[in-house]
Design a protein around this ligand. Structure first.
Ligand code: HEC
Length: 716
């Protein structure tokens, strides 16, 4: 008997060891399914797999890759930073993408030849319009296909054949994207970066919100645009989770939106929506409690919008630790059986794995203690749940020993700063002394998502290891003794443009120093009143306040001319603001921590074991000095294929790379015309395999670009 048990035990170990090479037929997954052969959906399929079963491009021939075509969208504007974060769709030989200025277009996917283009901002001044990550699509079964995306504050339905808005949908082909949010529509600004997901005749959509607008998840009818159901991410009286907030939170707290895209289990009729942190991001004294469904994964009945289960990653989030990407719907082996699961990567460097039906974690969990907050009125939640397995794919702790020595002579200053700020726990709450945010506001994992290989159960995730410093400032103290216009600036604008107006580092938010020499009063009024790109609108400020702030920007040292009544109707009413999102660099502009600064990781989700971890990206000048490859900050995700490859751009060296998925060995790389800060797509036309990536640049201090580049094997 005992020997039989031992034998079974050995067999189990044997199976788990040989897991990676286990025969395909033993898996319940059909790798030849159309889902995996095509790129019909955002991230490849509605399950968020970022996987292709195509094998024509493989380990043996990948070195023969060459440019098949490059398509320039023609959308670069001089002096304006733009990006292309799109993961394009390829359907029946046609590629659908968007340009840096959010124009939609269709190309022949084998030649890059333009078929149509649609400009939602036709007739308006060209300017940055924020980012788009892709389309949702639906076909009526009679060969009429629609593409859905949000541009500005409207949701469009385009005819995939012509690129024209579908008249039947909403108001001549689009709807006001703020409908159904049932709060005073006046101040609500809502858009979306990521596409929705279609279930039967419903387009289920998240949003990106400003000014504390509600983050309800909505389903729209794909034919008419009418609302089918709404899931309130901040519960109303009587809703599940209502008691995790102050009683009136649903009337005034906002954000808690689902912005990175969702994944759909069409068979079970369940949609999995990652939900972001509530506003204000770093002060929760006005929203004490656990704050469901902030920073959670929520499984909803796709037909009705009812909650099936949820899991909260960060209770009472005061760090802006949103789940950054659409989750992966996966099938893995646990305890000798196949389990349909869902995995979510986080900015904190973890991958959480749940049973898809029950939401039970499939690996053991632990609770980590959170130090108390010393901000007035704040109560940090005492503990947070993290998995014991898989181990995090990014460092989470930064000790004195980790201070970078990359730049000679920089160490002492970095050490001094290190000793001033809070660094003890990865859960140190925001503080006025400064709190280290690591592996970073942008991850750990970020919006490019993770690629899951259904053949092996291995998840591929790229990660940042960038220290940021968050410094809270008392708004009263800040405001006391300041001219009023400057107060308005400090409360509303400093978070992005810096308290000294020099902008966030690396150009993510522009400097406003001497802005009066670059923009006229009217132009200043327009950008502040209407918002621009990722900058929200400040239309809620009174005319007096806007005039005052413009005068302040034009001449910060001038004594205040107009006495300004500050009403602050919807402006932050909390006692703290902060000095913005600031990366912590050494004087040469390298991260203050020892490398690696960017990595690519392969994690076996059957066992929870890491398979390999490598630095991703290179600073040429450091390699030339003999410093081992450091990796760079990286944005945009990987794709894994049955050809044995992982494709990824994402790095600040503007390269596109191919790795051996089994070993992490670099097999091929090429220089892109601009940073490939987007997730590639893999597809086939007339028996030939391609991989395409948008090279839109514009992040981490690199130039903007406007090109899509497709690669295929050389002709012979
Ligand atoms: C959430 C971050 C954020 C906040 C808050 C914010 N801005 Fe901006 N702002 C930006 C970004 C990003 C841009 C660049 C937009 C673009 O061109 O795509 C910008 C652009 C601008 C510009 C144009 C700069 C140029 O060189 O053309 C002005 C002026 C400006 N902001 C003023 C303000 C003022 C005044 C406030 C407060 C009332 C404010 N911003 C609040 C992020 C922000």
């Amino acid at each position: 008997m005992i020997s039989r048990i031992i034998n079974v035990f050995i067999l189990v170990i044997f199976i788990s060891i040989t897991g990676c090479t286990q025969k395909v037929q033993e898996s319940p997954i059909d790798l030849n399914h159309e889902q995996y052969r095509t790129w019909h959906s955002f991230l490849g399929d509605k399950e968020g797999s970022q996987y292709s079963s195509l094998t024509q491009i493989n380990r043996e021939n990948v070195h023969q890759l060459e440019v098949a075509w490059a398509f320039s969208t023609g959308d670069l504007i001089d002096g304006v930073r733009t990006e292309i974060q799109v993961n394009p769709l390829i359907i029946d030989g046609i590629l659908y993408g968007t340009s840096p200025l959010k124009k939609a277009f269709a190309l022949k996917a084998d030649t890059g030849e333009l078929i149509w283009k649609f400009d939602p901002f036709e007739g308006e001044e060209p300017r940055s319009r924020g980012v788009n990550r892709g389309f949702a699509t639906w076909s009526d079964g009679d060969g009429h296909r629609r593409l859905f995306y949000v541009a500005g504050h409207r949701l469009y339905a385009l005819d995939a054949e012509t690129g024209l808005p579908v008249e039947e949908f909403g108001d001549q082909g689009s709807i006001d994207f703020s409908i159904g949010l049932d709060r005073d529509a006046l101040d609500i600004r809502v858009t979306a970066t990521s596409p929705g997901v279609v279930y039967e005749d419903k387009l289920i959509h998240g949003s990106r919100v400003y000014n504390l607008a509600p983050g309800h998840i909505r389903a729209f009818n794909v034919r008419t645009g009418e609302i089918e159901w709404i899931f309130r991410t901040i519960p109303y009286p009587g809703d599940y989770g209502y008691e995790t907030w102050p009683p009136d939170a649903w009337t005034r707290v906002g954000n808690t939106n689902s912005w990175p895209g969702m994944s759909l289990d069409a068979e079970r009729g369940i949609v999995y929506a990652p939900v972001a942190s509530p506003g204000h991001d770093f002060y929760g004294g006005d929203r004490l409690g656990e704050n469901l469904f902030g920073s959670s994964l929520v499984a909803l009945n796709a037909a009705t919008g009812e909650r099936v289960w949820h899991y909260q990653f960060v209770r009472h989030d005061i760090w802006d630790y949103d789940p950054p990407a659409a989750p992966n719907l996966i099938t893995i082996r646990r305890n000798g059986r196949w389990v349909d699961a869902v995995s979510q990567t986080t900015k904190t460097g973890f991958v959480y794995v749940f049973d898809r039906e029950t939401g039970e974690p499939l690996f053991p969990m632990t609770e980590e203690e959170v130090p108390p907050s010393d901000l007035r009125g704040e109560k940090a939640w005492p503990s947070q749940p993290v998995p014991l397995k898989p181990l995090p794919f990014a460092r989470r702790q930064f000790s004195e020993d980790d201070i970078s020595t990359v730049t000679p002579g920089a160490y002492d200053a970095l050490l001094q700063r290190f000793r001033e700020i809070h660094t003890d726990s990865p859960w140190d709450p925001p503080s006025t002394q400064g709190t280290l945010i690591f592996p970073g506001f942008d991850g750990g994992a970020e919006w490019g998502g993770a690629a899951f290989d259904p053949e092996t159960g291995i998840l591929y995730v790229n990660s940042n290891e960038m220290p940021w410093i968050l410094e809270m400032v008392e708004t009263d103290a800040m405001a006391a003794g300041m001219p009023r216009a400057e107060q308005i600036y400090a409360i509303n604008c400093a978070i992005c443009h810096g308290s000294n107006r020099t902008g966030a580092q690396h150009g993510a938010n522009p400097s406003l120093v001497d802005i009066g020499e670059r923009l006229s009063t009217d132009e200043l009024y327009e950008v502040i009143h209407d918002g621009r790109g990722v900058m929200p609108s400040f239309s809620f400020l009174s005319k007096n306040e806007l005039d005052g702030i413009i005068k302040f920007l034009q001449d910060p040292d001038a004594p205040e001319v107009t006495p300004i009544e500050i009403t602050m109707s919807r402006a932050p009413q909390v006692p703290y603001s902060n000095t913005g999102y600031n990366r912590w660099f050494d004087p040469e502009g390298y991260p203050a921590i020892k490398p690696p600064w960017g990595t690519l990781n392969a994690i076996d989700l059957n066992t929870g074991e890491h398979v390999w971890n490598i630095p991703l990206g290179e600073f040429r000048e450091l390699s030339e000095r003999g410093i081992p490859q450091t990796g760079t900050e990286n944005y945009g995700g990987p794709v894994v294929t049955a050809g044995g490859l992982v494709f990824i751009g994402a790095t600040a060296d503007e390269k596109f790379r191919v790795f051996d998925k089994a070993t992490g060995e670099l097999l091929w790389e090429t220089q892109l015309p601009a940073g490939g800060y987007a997730t590639p797509a893999v597809y086939e036309v007339d028996g030939r395999q391609y991989v395409v990536i948008a090279a839109g640049g514009g992040k981490v201090g690199t130039k903007s670009g406007d090109t899509y580049v497709a690669f295929t094997l050389s002709g012979e």
